[in-house]
Ligand binder design. Structure first.
Ligand code: ZN
Ligand code: ZN
Length: 74
């Protein structure tokens, strides 16, 4: 599974699961402004950076909200 790193490796901006972030093939993770600043080239491995897919909910949380909808009707 893809590692979803919680911070930009350059400036430590939080890159949460639902935030726009960019990764290289080694899963180095960068925020949008650092990606723009480097021309979408990873400063660690010189690979190209691509937009990371968003993960709107971690699997457990998704399961939990399904369950509470069933139990409490919301
Ligand atoms: Zn950054
Ligand atoms: Zn890299």
């Amino acid at each position: 599974m893809l590692k979803m790193k919680p911070h930009c490796e350059t400036c430590r901006t939080p890159t949460g699961l639902t935030d726009l972030a960019y990764i290289c093939s080694y899963e180095c993770t960068f925020c949008e402004s650092c990606t723009t600043a480097t021309g979408a080239v990873c400063p660690n491995c010189k690979g190209n950076l691509v937009a990371r897919p968003l993960r709107t909910k971690p699997p457990l949380q998704a399961l939990g909200s399904q369950l509470s909808r069933k139990l409490f009707g919301r």
